[in-house]
Design a protein around this ligand. Structure first.
Ligand SMILES: Cc1cc2nc3c(=O)[nH]c(=O)nc-3n(C[C@H](O)[C@H](O)[C@H](O)COP(=O)(O)OP(=O)(O)OC[C@H]3O[C@@H](n4cnc5c(N)ncnc54)[C@H](O)[C@@H]3O)c2cc1C
Ligand code: SF4
Length: 516
């Protein structure tokens, strides 16, 4: 007899959310996580340790299409990448669920509509305690309920930026923030509103991450078991290849096997594809669930740019990630194709600039790094990259992961940058001082900046062009599901985590019905 009813592999946005959703329902759930708990320690909030020494980037080596090794920006911990994320918890736009014409081609439709996912977005926003104001952003899709918490207020310099943008005819809005801030009663607030949030772990568990609001609440239920340092290396199937029968785990050098009638993968887009490809057998010679040859393909990670503008006045903002701008999301007067989303990133700090050539060579000779940091206003620009079959994860016999990626939509990416540059003069900033920042993205090798990785196992109605069915069950196996960002048929231009969480809740309902 199986010891467990459901095995979930990975505890990030997809897996951690699913565990919490299923836990109260009493079935025996095993969570397998290759990482450990992220240590709570002073380093959590030290820019040098986090951004320069990469203390919390896991020591994996992947290879690019030319065989060149690189260290990907991945985080193997309970809570996955959400331990380090900026917690900007956006919904995709309603239009992102349909087909959209882009500069470089078509962003394909999802097999479900926005309206089908909407109740789960609302649920995810409540589960992850999101702050915001639905309706403030004109591109915001209709929501069945307001955010559970009011927007996180801008600090004065960002409020001025919002006012200046509005005066210039744009539509800035309060970004949806997953921080556990109680501004009205700070003595009781978990979040202390610090400067070390975006890209840092939160030492006080004030961030709405998948450890704090997914795994920990799930573990309050006796029927949920978590094994850390449990690296799943292979899935075995029955002789017919129609069901996963065993989950093979490498646990600190020992091989262990676990069984359950339902197995759910949530390893993140690259690692879920890797696991399926590494699980090839006689019935699935190209990798598990890969009769369509789609596993690993259509990898996306956003055409992102972190840029720094120099304000004429100092910018003493502590928590900067409170503002978003979607005026160019679907295009502009002079562009009939989508450009993308503009939002803030965490406030840059002088130690983060070390080794950043654009900052050092462009302004550091006249300005000290501290002075640059004091005047910096930091933006994050995201343009949608398109799912292309040749952008893919492959795995060789030794388990070596190769990530082949050619960018798309470079023109809209550049045009979005120009849009921001062109409006800086109206915002009391120096248009000549808009500088690309690389440390945040960790993308000296662009493909390594895989924070927003998605695609690789898309869901759809046609088994010849998709890996998963509409319920995110593998077309070819009766008991194998996927709930991480690998299911995305397209990525939109907003941050992906809330969509992964919402879809995980949706799939969780189907699973609950199945083994009720
Ligand atoms: C610095 C940074 C900032 C970000 N900011 C934002 C933001 O502001 N807003 C937003 O929406 N998104 C943001 N993201 C992206 C967001 O964190 C991811 O989209 C999201 O976490 C993806 O969820 P997932 O479930 O697909 O994967 P993950 O959250 O990465 O979870 C995957 C889990 O699987 C585990 N795992 C992998 N392989 C195996 C295996 N073989 N066996 C067992 N366990 C395994 C991993 O250790 C990990 O815990 C950011 C990411 C980073 C790195
Ligand atoms: S701003 Fe709040 S949630 Fe973010 S790291 Fe600081 S205390 Fe934690």
């Amino acid at each position: 007899m199986d010891e467990y009813d459901v095995i979930i592999v990975g505890t990030g946005a997809g897996g951690g959310t699913l565990a919490r959703h299923l836990a109260p329902w009493g079935k025996r759930i095993l969570l397998l996580e290759r990482g450990d708990w992220l240590p709570r320690e002073p380093s959590n909030w030290l820019a040098q340790d986090v951004f320069v020494d990469n203390k919390y980037v896991s020591p994996d080596t992947w290879y690019d299409a030319n065989g060149k090794p690189f260290q990907p920006q991945v985080h193997y911990f309970v809570g996955g990448a959400t331990k380090l994320y900026g917690a900007a918890l956006y919904r995709l736009r309603k239009e992102d669920f349909g087909e959209l014409k882009h500069h470089d081609g078509i962003s394909p439709a999802w097999p479900i509509s926005y309206d089908e996912l909407e109740p789960y977005y609302t649920k995810a926003e409540h589960l992850y305690e999101v702050h915001g104001d639905h309706g403030e952003d004109p591109t915001d899709p209709a929501a069945s309920a307001q955010y559970p918490f009011p927007p996180v207020e801008h600090e004065p310099r960002i409020q001025q930026l919002a006012d200046d943008l509005a005066a210039a005819g744009y539509h800035p809005f309060h970004a949806p923030c997953g921080i556990r801030l109680n501004a009205a009663n700070m003595p009781y607030s978990v979040c202390v509103r610090c400067q070390n949030c975006d890209g840092f772990p939160c030492a006080v568990h004030g961030k709405s991450d998948a450890e704090v609001l997914g795994v920990r609440p799930a573990l309050e239920h006796d029927n949920v078991t978590l094994l850390t340092n449990a690296h799943v290396v292979k899935l075995e199937t029955n002789p017919a290849g129609t069901a996963v029968t065993e989950v093979v785990v490498d646990r600190e050098g020992e091989s262990e096997r676990y069984t359950a009638p339902i197995v759910v993968l949530a390893c993140g887009a690259a690692n879920t594809a890797k696991l399926l490809l590494a699980s090839a057998n006689d019935k699935h010679p190209n990798g598990l669930a890969n009769g369509s040859d789609q596993v690993g393909r259509n990898y996306m990670f956003h055409a992102s740019q972190a840029v720094l503008a120099l304000s004429r006045d100092e910018n003493p903002t502590i928590f900067q990630k409170t503002l978003g701008l979607n005026d160019f999301y679907f295009g502009s007067d002079d562009h009939d194709y989508p450009l993308g989303n503009i939002q803030m990133v965490g406030k840059s700090q002088a130690p983060m600039f070390r080794g950043e050539k654009p900052v050092e060579t462009k302004i550091a000779p006249q300005w000290s790094l501290e002075r640059i940091a004091n005047h910096a206003i930091d933006f994050w620009l995201s343009t949608e990259d398109l799912p292309m079959p040749e952008n893919r994860v492959t795995v060789d016999r030794d388990g070596k992961l190769t990530l082949s990626y050619t960018p798309s939509n470079d023109v809209p990416k550049q045009e979005l940058y120009k849009k921001l540059k062109s409006i800086l003069g109206k915002l009391d900033m120096n248009p000549d001082h808009l500088i690309h920042r690389f440390a945040y993205l960790k993308n000296e090798i662009p493909v390594a900046g895989c924070a927003h990785q998605a695609g690789t196992c898309r869901f759809g109605t046609d088994p010849s062009t998709s890996v998963l069915d509409v319920n995110c069950k593998a077309h070819e196996l009766d008991n194998l599901y996927v709930v991480d960002t690998s299911v995305f048929p397209s990525i939109g231009a907003v941050n992906p985590a809330l969509t992964a969480m919402a879809n995980s809740l949706r799939v969780g309902d189907r699973l609950a019905e199945r083994i009720a």
